[in-house]
Design a protein around this ligand. Sequence first.
Ligand code: HEC
Length: 128
Amino acid sequence: MANRFAQAALLAALAAGSAAFAQDTQAVSRGLAVYENNCAGCHSVESNRVGPKHVGIVGRKAGSIKDFSYSAALKKSELVWSPNLLVRWLTDPEQVIPGQAMGFRLGNVQDRMDVVAYLATLKVVPLK
Ligand code: HEC
């Protein structure tokens, strides 16, 4: 009896989990498109360009890519990039770190959420 109940609960949890995962996958693929259209002019995942590389960005200390020359403000900020902080940064970087040097804002809230979902997948440099 208890077992059957546990099994039903597990199946329900798995079903709910896979629905959430399907939504995430869509956010990530939309986010990749947002990235290519809005960020790739200045950034790439695996190498520094106008802006620093993004590999491992979620959980990374702000301003910590050794061979990128950051603004003094970003370098000394002591922040760690969480998904929330990234959304705020993309809304208005100057409000998060006054004196920073990224002259870009992402105006659309859905685009911000989606691109951060994509950024969160960048644990390692993707294979090409
Ligand atoms: C016009 C060029 C430009 C565009 C477009 C741009 N960035 Fe940036 N980005 C920069 C520069 C330059 C910096 C470094 C700022 C500094 O040193 O203060 C930066 C820094 C960052 C950082 C901090 C990284 C770190 O190592 O601490 C993040 C995160 C970031 N950008 C995300 C994005 C995302 C996501 C997009 C697209 C939605 C984007 N940027 C679009 C130029 C750009």
